[in-house]
Write a protein that binds this ligand. Structure first.
Ligand code: ATP
Ligand code: MG
Length: 294
């Protein structure tokens, strides 16, 4: 968790530094914003996971957490990783994030080898990990402060992401004054605010009730269609994976590996009514079968 420690230290430091200059040029200069990949000739593959294995060496025995995982993710593509507990989803996400090294194999993002955490990769976890002494807006601005971002207007970008998740009006609320779902919305804003090229989400809605989870699924689908981010999303929930994804990588355990990558042929934009359609049911059942859930 090098990045987390790094962010924590930087966040503490930033508490003692003067307020950042919020006057910046327009948001359109944010990296990646309003850029058509076809125009700049980006590679058809944004993220390449190439034959990645990870072994944890213990005192008495070693554990193969991941074996020969290969997966290409296209620019703007949304891929979910589903599979049983312990099949290596978080391990794979940590390797992609540059937080953990692979025992063998390589991860390349936008053509270059991932060896360390990078600014253009945004992470979100099951718990919102907000700073309780900072208001919602000051939690959201944290990555901009840490990176001392210049080149765009922070206020308008923050207003834009607050609008995306429907949190306008709650800017000055502290985490304790927000529900669990609202706290995850703040965490989502914090992820989006610096316009990452790649979003890595590890069961971000796993701790929420079914109703809030489905609402946030619909919001994330809308946001991901609007922002067109390359996304790797970890979940135990097959319905959530199908609803959100272009493809679902179904994983198995012992050793952790990809069993099959399933296309999700549902049209976009995705609205909650998708869940009552036959195609949704068919894909969901297909994935359940791969996982031996019948
Ligand atoms: N740092 C570590 N040291 C030793 N073993 C580890 C470590 N991290 C993970 N493991 C082991 O690797 C395997 C995969 O763990 P991982 O956390 O990636 O699973 P997961 O699919 O994310 O599970 P869950 O769905 O419960 O979150 C597990 O057997 C776990 O015990
Ligand atoms: Mg996990």
């Amino acid at each position: 968790m090098r990045l987390a420690c790094h962010l924590w230290l930087l966040a503490i430091q930033s508490e003692f530094e003067p307020e950042p200059n919020l006057a910046h040029p327009p948001i359109s200069s944010l990296a990646g914003t309003d850029v058509d990949p076809a125009v700049v000739g980006r590679s058809p593959v944004a993220l390449e996971i190439d034959d990645v294995s990870r072994v944890f060496v213990g005192k008495s025995q070693s554990l193969v957490a991941l074996a020969n995982v290969t997966l290409d993710v296209g620019p703007g593509e949304f891929i979910s990783l589903v599979g049983p507990s312990g099949c290596g989803k978080t391990t794979l996400l940590n390797i992609v994030a540059g937080l953990m090294t692979a025992s063998s194999g390589e991860v390349r993002f936008e053509g270059s080898l991932m060896t360390d955490p990078r600014d253009e990769i945004g992470l979100m976890f099951q718990t919102p990990t907000l700073f309780p002494w900072r208001s919602a807006v000051r939690n959201i601005s944290l990555p901009l402060e840490i990176r001392k971002e210049t080149g765009f207007d922070w206020d308008s970008r923050i207003a834009e992401v607050l609008d995306l998740v429907g949190l306008r009006g709650f800017e000055d609320h502290y985490p304790r004054e927000l529900s669990g779902g609202m706290q995850q919305r703040v965490a989502l804003c914090r992820l989006l605010v610096s316009d990452p090229h790649l979003m890595l989400l590890d069961e971000p809605f796993g701790a929420l009730d079914e109703f809030t989870r489905e609402n946030l699924n619909a919001e994330l689908a809308r946001i991901s269609e609007h922002e067109n981010k390359t996304t790797l999303f970890v979940t135990h929930n097959i319905g959530e994976a199908v609803f959100l994804s272009d493809r679902v990588a179904v994983m198995g355990s012992r050793p952790g590996r990809i069993l099959e990558v399933v296309d999700v042929p549902l049209e976009r934009p995705r609205t909650p009514s998708v869940r009552s359609g036959q195609e949704y049911t068919d894909v969901t059942n297909y994935i359940r079968n791969i996982l031996g859930l019948g």
